[in-house]
Write a new protein. Structure first.
Lengths: 363, 398
């Protein structure tokens, strides 16, 4: 039972993986690019983004006993499989660093601006590495607990902000060309698609009651996108697109406006914990993907040895994220312009290649 | 081995979980409730009103003030802050900031520098009130001791909130709303103005509070008009009320009108302003419809208030007064300041984006100052207070 996960835990995982790219990435990209028309970009991204999700589900169902790396070796042969796996693992390693960098930047810029980033890195690295060594079942349970906490915090957020939305903030609709709106969607899709590729590190056979998996993943994908949309709705509706554009993390600043019953106020630090949960989950799963890659590629059978190696890799990745970007400006520029291209080429490219290969193999 | 591992983890976690890095004890913080920004000889003068922490511990002597105002000077706001900081033994903490006071002179220079400083500061919550100081320095406003509240910053904040509901002679603008208006197209911000009534120097003395008539009090009953981030000038009491009605940001107002040679007054509540545009080619024409419910509170002329026609006549008088008040407010913005403080341009931008693109370049200088405005007022005088009749009329009937 050490490596089993339930469908419900997978659903909570999907939700958190998608929402982890909301703060500082999706909202940033949509507000910077198309201001109040961002909601249209998110809807288009949500609709188009279902394609990679369906491809992932197809790959999961193709060989239920294999995870992503095993499937690649099976489809492309040992050498090419290893090369492709290494490239994908490299991309995931980079994205883990990017997300952790984003998390640390969020924490140090919004709550603990006098705290050295490295200290935050150490604090977060400990539970991440601990969970990594505990196996899939523990990770799944933790994910589910964080999901429940996240839901409660989300409910309180909606309750506190619902009365403050000014619908005129969304006007004029379609101020930007459809080309811009569509272009923004295309920048959002690779991030959500990347987040969900992490699901492929779990072979379908390890999922309890997996017969409902496809339906539940698609539903959780839709609900997650609606949550992303609601976040944008509150940001623009409460702060206004112009002000929201100024902030690095408008999600956090909109929480400062929360007042529940006139006496629950100044709760932004507590309510924003859910983003930390989401990014935490994504970090754990990203590193779990890399662990599985190491296990398959280097044929490491002993669990202790695998845990030590994956922990060392995790420590190196998490600590080196501190030096990933020279500044926030560079990080934002990369997030907006450079990283989506790599995500398209490697992440979606490899997925499409794999699907094509499964078809040709059948023939 | 396992036990040693667990012990090591417990010790490590205990050591790193004792608190945040560089934490500050409450005693080490100088809780700042008000900030004042002045400009003198091209230099910024920044004043922080620090709550006197000793007071809360019951150690304050009766002669001691509840708050202390520290001042620093510098070429930039940050350097002025650093200069101020060197005079305080504690660390200024602005998360509990209630009011920012900007002097007229600093506002005339433009408030972008001030906004940038406070928006960037991660400690600042951006949800505090902003007022302009009128006919005095911003620091004097903070230094004036107030009889009903422990800090002048708190007094200003409470005054703004109560004034909005009762008199509507203020704009309750929080910092982030002010910045938001500054950034939006087709709208210019406004800020409430605070001035000192009485002797400024006396108002700073503790003895001022010992008298039943304080040496000086802070009065807020006017609005400062901006064009972009630059302060242009003031609206008077009536124009301020008109601006608030047009902005649909009004609680209740007291409206006066001529009644024979005397005056009558009514409080207006449930005031609703509906603004619509019609276009004649590319030129917009504004239609404003204001409805309100009135309650007669004073009438010094002889009228038979039991006649429906008289009530209608009085309503008509109040409607005309309201119309004049609104016209004056619009003309002030249109002709005197040429600043669209009502956000009519923003309304066109949001509702008719294509038209706005055609006219936005000429909006502030050509179209808005010559905007054709039609005002409709509709007052329903529904209450006469406890009296059915006027005293003069009743006396005549006897």
């Amino acid at each position: 039972m050490k490596n089993k996960i339930s469908t419900l835990q997978i659903v909570s995982l999907c939700w958190q993986l998608i929402l982890s790219v909301d703060i500082g990435i999706i909202s940033y990209i949509s507000l910077i690019s198309v201001k109040q028309d961002g909601w249209l970009s998110v809807i288009i991204a949500g609709i188009l983004g279902i394609i990679p999700v369906l491809l992932y589900l197809y790959l999961m169902n193709y060989r239920p006993e294999m995870n992503f790396t095993e499937l690649n070796e099976h489809l492309f042969g040992k050498v090419w499989g290893k090369i492709i796996n290494t490239i994908v693992a490299g991309l995931i390693a980079f994205c883990v660093m990017l997300y952790f960098n984003n998390l640390n930047n969020f924490i140090t810029s919004q709550y603990l601006h006098k705290t050295p980033t490295l200290f935050g890195i150490i604090i977060f690295s400990i539970p991440v590495i601990y969970l990594l060594n505990q196996g899939l079942t523990t990770i799944g349970r933790t994910t589910f607990v964080l999901f429940i906490f996240g839901l409660i915090l989300l409910f309180l957020t909606i309750l506190g902000l619902a009365g403050q939305v000014d619908l005129t903030s969304f006007m004029p609709v379609l101020e930007h060309d459809m080309t811009d709106i569509f272009g923004t969607s295309l920048r959002i899709i690779p991030y959500t698609a990347f987040a969900l590729i992490l699901l492929l590190c779990i072979p379908k056979k390890d999922i309890v009651d997996s017969e409902k998996l496809n339906k539940r993943v698609v539903i959780s994908y839709v609900v997650s996108f609606l949550t992303v949309l609601s976040a944008l709705f509150f940001i623009v509706g409460v702060l206004g697109a112009e002000l929201a554009q100024l902030y690095q993390y408008p999600e956090f600043h909109v929480l400062k406006r929360i007042s529940i019953g006139g006496f629950i106020e100044r709760v932004e630090s507590t309510l924003s914990l859910r983003w930390i949960f989401y990014i935490f989950t994504t970090l754990v799963f990203g590193l779990y993907f890399i662990k599985k890659y190491i296990e398959t590629t280097f044929k490491i059978k002993k669990e202790k040895k695998l845990n030590i190696i994956s922990s060392i890799v995790a420590i190196i990745l998490l600590i080196s994220c501190n030096w990933l970007f020279a500044s926030n400006t560079e990080s934002n520029m990369m997030t907006l312009k450079v990283i989506p291209i790599f995500l398209y080429i490697i992440n979606l490219g490899v997925t499409i290649l794999m699907v094509i290969k499964t078809k040709t193999k059948k023939c | 081995m396992k036990k040693i591992k667990i012990l090591f983890i417990i010790i490590f976690v205990s050591l790193i979980s004792t608190g945040c890095w560089n934490y500050n004890e409450l005693n080490d913080l100088a809780i700042t409730t008000g900030i004042a920004i002045d400009i003198k000889d091209e230099k910024y003068i920044v004043s922080y009103m620090i709550a006197n922490a000793k007071k809360s511990q019951g150690e304050t002597k009766s002669q001691e003030s509840n708050s202390v105002v520290y001042t620093g000077e510098g070429n930039s706001i940050s350097s002025a802050y650093m200069n101020l900081n060197s005079k305080i033994s504690k660390i200024p903490y602005i998360s509990h900031l209630e009011v920012l006071v900007i002097s007229e002179d600093a506002a005339k220079k433009g408030v972008i520098d001030i906004i940038d400083f406070l928006m960037r500061n991660p400690e600042s919550r951006k949800e505090f009130f902003v007022v302009l100081s009128k006919n005095t320095t911003a620091s004097s406003i903070l230094e004036t001791l107030t009889p009903l509240e422990p800090f002048s910053a708190q007094s200003i904040a409470n005054n703004l909130i109560s004034n909005k509901t009762i008199q509507s002679t203020v704009i309750v603008e929080q910092f982030s709303d002010f910045v938001s208006k500054l950034l939006q197209e087709g709208i210019n911000p406004v800020l409430s103005g605070a001035e000192i009534e009485g002797n400024i120097e006396e108002g700073k003395e503790q003895s001022s509070l010992e008298s039943s008539t304080p040496g000086a009090i802070i009065k807020i009953n006017t609005i400062g008009i901006f064009k972009d981030d630059v302060f242009l000038g003031w609206a008077n009491h009536d124009e301020t009320i008109g601006i608030n009605i047009l902005a649909n940001e009004v609680g209740s107002i007291l409206l006066e009108s001529k009644c024979d040679d005397q005056y009558m007054a009514a409080t207006m509540t449930n005031i609703e302003t509906e603004t619509n545009f019609e276009f004649d080619g590319d030129l917009p024409k504004l239609k404003i419809n204001v409805t309100a419910q009135g309650a007669l509170v004073e009438i010094n002329c002889k009228k038979n208030l039991e006649e429906t026609s008289v009530i209608e006549e009085l309503s008509g008088e109040f409607e005309n007064s309201l119309k004049t008040l609104l016209s004056n407010s619009i003309n002030l913005a249109k002709q005197q300041y040429k600043s669209d403080i009502f956000g009519y341009g923003n309304m066109i931008y949001k509702n008719n984006f294509k038209k706005w693109n055609k006219i936005k370049e000429q909006w502030e200088d050509e179209i808005f100052p010559n905007l054709d405005v039609e005002i409709e007022t509709n007052i329903s005088l529904s209450s006469k207070g406890s009296f059915e009749q006027t005293i003069l009329e009743a006396k005549d009937e006897e």
